[in-house]
Structure formats: structure tokens, C-alpha cells
Design a binder for this molecule. Structure first.
Ligand SMILES: [Zn+2]
Length: 511
């Protein structure tokens, strides 16, 4: 069974922002982790390209929608390369493959008698591509997310019988792992308790969309189309694409990681659509929080948008990954603060992990001919061996529960405690007396070994830093050997060469 993880399919009205980088980095870390456990992973990302908003954005730019989508999609692709994101499938909803999947899915839903023609009246936010529930003073009301006036709609639309699935959806969302985190689950439970209304799945005024088979002038509502991108993605690279191919290729996903603003679509509409079409449901829908900057909401009008490209060129991938993963508990809102960023990178990566590595490898080189000490008896119940075992267990439990911030802290704690061990043992004093040499060898080996384990645990989170730690220890991580086996105590070869120490992470300065 493959482990299937998805980012949202990003809307191509604009280039990637810090929020999309955040979601994708978290997915990337989870995907890398699962691969290390020996699992077959299908990591899906892509772009959501249809809808009125895209049609209008393209018009404003004076290009046709497809050209606009191609341009933005290229930016997304380049961006994921720059961030070294290890996705397996990149789906575009303007592709022919996707169109045929949508038609086939629609036919199944229709067969379940879940589609009817009705009239949709209401106030619509084009930014959200969503009807808003009876706002007061609707003509002057602005969407709180987009700060734009709503538009009145009164048109013939196809509807999906969501109301029919009230009981089933209630059961699903009450399952403890379907919606994460818990606070989000309660929001959705409250929403569903008010009673589900059928929702429209077609539009008559939008030409930039997938045509509804057999009905002139109707295109599919962008959300009906976009959610199905997760299904199409699994058919990518198959000779022929079909729902059956997608199901066989790995449906259902283990986790949809999304922003909390689109949780309702994923946790209510989507499961009902899937049940209607005879599909299994995703195991978990995880709604993460929003990112602010220095405590303020980021927005174009506020002029405080943090450009991820600037962050990347200034600091590189790993520091940004560490901050976003370690400092934000997945599910909570997060804040990007420059001072805090600098402090965290300097304290955690440079002073704690980097310093531990450098001072130990320097001592070992100085006292043991540029090598890891030899003739050391490996004891798995020694202080650091025990500590590292406990750390690995905790880390794995936390990672499995998508608590990546806690898994990061587990690594950091091991580094802090290893530093304390070294300070406590004071090998630089012991070495002055020749009779202490066997003991010094043991101490140094233990610290080097603990550092090696720290490096391996960093692998899914900070792949570059992890490789640098390996190199500094003269250790070669073997892809063909299970990662977990290499986390065992005593794997570091005694008497192996230690290269000249170089700083593995640069200290940052305040802006
Ligand atoms: Zn809106």
C-alpha cells in the first residue's frame, strides 16, 4: 500500500506565497520521512487553473486564460525545484487527462441520482469562488478575506444533493482522525449540525472551465473540478487514464494537507462527492493555520508580503524549513518574525547542533590522528546510547502523528543533552592523564555517535544540513539500508577518517 499525501492544488491567480511554501515544505518533510521508513510514497501537488477569477485575471493582463495558466504553472514548477521539493505527481486541472476524469466522475455521481437542475440565487465572492450565507447589507458587504464586494447571482445551475448525505457526513467528521487538528473538527461539526444544503456544481457565465457533458453553456464549478485533481494525479503517466486506474494506483490519500480556509470543501463537500461516486474516503484532512508577519496579516494592500524567493536567496532552504517546521505547531497559526528567525537558526542549528559537531570532531582529530577513536567497547545501555534510543522512539511517534514541531524539538533536545554530557565529562581535562585515554575514547565516540544520529534524524526535515553532518563525520548514509537500522547505536565506524571541520551552518545577523 502506497502512502499518498497531497498539498492543495494551488490556485494560479498568483505566484506561490509563503503559505503555499509552508504547506508544501511540510508535505515534503512527511513524504521524505515515509520514504525513509521504506514506504512507497505518492506525493501529489499541482495547480487549480479554472474559474471566473482566473478568466478575469487573464483578461486584465490581456492574455488568454491558458497562456496565463502556463505562465504561472511554470513559476510553480521552478519554485518547487528551487526548494528541492520531492513531489511525485504534478497535476494541472487544465489538462485533457483531468477533463476526462471529471467527466467520468460526473457520470458516476449522476448515476447515483445526485444531480439536478435548479436555480442558484445569492451573493457570490469571486475571490473565494463561493456563495456567502446571507450577509447583512449584501450590496455593500465586503468579503472579509478579499475585501471585495459580492456579486449577485441568479442563474440556472446543476446541483449536487449534499443534503442527502447529512447523516453520513456527521458520522465521518466525528471520527477522531478524519479532521485534524481537533479545534478544526469542532468548527466543521458545528457547521454540519446546522443542516447541509445542496450546492451548485455548474456555472453558465464562466467559459474558462470544463464543459458539462450534454448541457450547453454549462461549465463545472471550479471546486467540483479542482478536488478531482487529486484523483487525476494518480492516473498521471498511466497509458490510459480512468477512475479505475486512479483507484488502483493508490486511492485513497492518507492525508490531504490544506489551509484551514478550504477545510469545508475538503471535509464536507468532498467526502459526499466521493461517497456518491463509490470512492473510499481520504484518511485524514489536516487543516493548518495561517501565517502572519511580525504579528500582522500579510496583504498586498498592506505592502508587507514576505516574498519566499527573497527568503530563499538570503538564507537558503534549510533555515527556512527549520523555522517553519519547528516554530509552528502544525494546525496552529504561525508568525514570521525576523529577529525570532535569526535567534532560532543561530541557537538551534549553529550554536547547539553545529557547535557540538565541530568541537567533538576537532577533539577527536587532535587526540586520535584525525580519526574516530578505536578500540571502544559499544555499550547500548550507556547514558547517551539510552538517550538516543529514547529520542528516536519519541521522534517516530511524533512524526507519525504529524507533530513535526515536536519531532524537531526531540532532535534539538538530544543535541542539548549531548553537549551537557560533554561538558560534564570534561575529556579535555581527562586527556592530560595517559591512563584516562580509554575513557576519553569512549566519551568522544559516544558524542560523535550521538551527533551522527542527530544528523540522520534531521534527514527528512533538513536534508542538506543532514548530509553536511554525515560528511563531517566521515559517515555515509546508505540508501539501500533501512534508515531505522542506521539509527541503531554503534554504527559509526571506529578508526575512520574525520575530514577537516568546516562550519555547517552560517550564523545569521539581525536585519
Ligand atoms: Zn472572498
Amino acid at each position: 500500500m502506497s502512502f499518498v499525501i497531497t498539498t492543495p492544488l494551488y490556485y494560479v491567480n498568483d505566484k506561490p506565497h509563503l503559505g503555499s511554501i509552508y504547506t508544501t515544505i511540510v508535505c515534503d518533510a512527511i513524504a521524505r520521512y515515509k520514504r525513509l521508513l521504506g514506504k512507497e510514497v505518492i506525493f501529489i501537488t499541482g495547480v487549480d487553473e479554472h474559474g471566473l477569477k482566473i478568466q478575469r485575471t487573464a483578461n486584465e493582463k490581456g492574455v488568454d486564460p491558458q497562456t496565463h495558466c502556463n505562465n504561472i504553472t511554470n513559476i510553480f514548477n521552478d519554485n518547487w525545484k528551487d526548494w528541492d521539493i520531492t513531489y511525485d505527481k504534478f497535476i494541472r486541472t487544465s489538462s485533457n487527462l483531468h477533463e476526462s476524469i471529471v467527466s467520468e466522475f460526473y457520470a458516476r455521481v449522476k448515476k447515483s441520482d445526485d444531480i439536478y437542475m435548479g436555480v442558484q440565487k445569492g451573493w457570490y465572492c469571486v475571490g473565494c469562488e463561493e456563495f456567502k450565507d446571507n450577509p447583512e447589507n449584501s450590496s455593500t458587504y465586503k468579503c472579509p478575506i478579499h475585501q471585495k464586494n459580492l456579486e449577485w447571482r441568479n442563474e440556472e445551475n446543476l446541483f449536487f444533493r449534499l443534503s442527502k448525505y447529512q447523516k453520513q457526513i456527521e458520522e465521518i467528521i466525528n471520527k477522531p482522525t478524519f479532521i485534524e487538528p481537533k479545534e478544526r473538527r469542532n468548527e466543521i461539526i458545528n457547521f454540519v449540525a446546522k443542516g447541509l444544503k445542496d450546492f451548485s456544481i455548474s456555472r453558465t457565465n464562466v467559459s474558462w472551465g470544463i464543459p458539462v457533458p450534454g448541457i450547453d453553456n454549462h461549465t463545472f464549478y471550479v471546486w467540483f473540478d479542482a478536488l478531482l485533481g487529486y484523483v487525476s494525479a494518480l492516473s498521471l503517466n498511466e497509458k490510459e487514464n480512468s477512475l479505475k486506474k486512479s483507484i488502483n494506483a493508490g486511492w485513497p490519500p492518507d492525508i490531504h494537507l490544506i489551509g484551514k480556509d478550504i477545510l469545508r470543501f475538503h471535509a464536507v463537500y468532498w467526502p459526499a462527492m466521493l461517497i456518491s461516486a463509490g470512492f473510499e474516503l481520504p484518511k485524514t484532512v489536516f487543516g493548518h493555520g495561517f501565517l502572519t508577519r511580525e504579528g500582522q496579516k500579510m496583504g498586498k494592500s498592506l505592502g508587507n508580503v514576505l516574498d519566499p524567493k527573497v527568503l530563499l536567496s538570503k538564507y537558503g532552504r534549510d533555515p527556512v524549513r527549520w523555522y517553519l517546521i519547528k516554530d509552528i505547531s502544525l494546525g496552529n497559526d504561525g508568525d514570521f518574525q525576523n529577529k525570532r528567525f535569526v535567534d532560532i537558526i543561530n541557537n538551534d542549528l549553529a550554536n547547539t547542533i553545529g557547535n557540538l559537531l565541530n568541537r567533538t570532531s576537532s577533539m577527536s582529530r587532535k587526540w586520535f590522528k584525525n580519526k574516530v577513536p578505536k578500540d571502544v567497547k559499544i555499550t547500548r545501555n550507556s547514558e547517551l546510547a539510552y538517550l538516543s534510543k529514547v529520542t528516536v522512539d519519541k521522534y517516530i511517534n511524533n512524526f507519525n502523528a504529524y507533530k513535526l514541531d515536536l519531532a524537531s524539538r526531540d532532535i534539538l533536545n538530544l543535541a542539548i543533552k549531548t553537549n551537557l554530557y560533554l561538558n560534564d565529562k570534561q575529556p579535555w581535562i581527562l586527556i592530560k592523564n595517559e591512563s584516562n585515554i580509554p575513557l576519553v575514547k569512549e566519551i568522544i565516540y559516544n558524542v560523535l555517535e550521538s551527533t551522527r544520529i542527530i544528523g540522520l534524524l534531521l534527514l527528512p526535515l533538513l536534508p542538506e544540513l543532514s548530509a553536511k553532518i554525515d560528511a563531517q563525520l566521515g559517515f555515509i548514509y546508505k540508501k539501500e539500508v533501512l534508515w531505522k537500522n542506521q539509527l541503531e547505536w554503534g554504527v559509526l565506524n571506529q578508526d575512520s577518517e574525520l575530514p577537516n571541520p568546516i562550519p555547517i551552518i552560517n550564523k545569521l545577523e539581525y536585519e
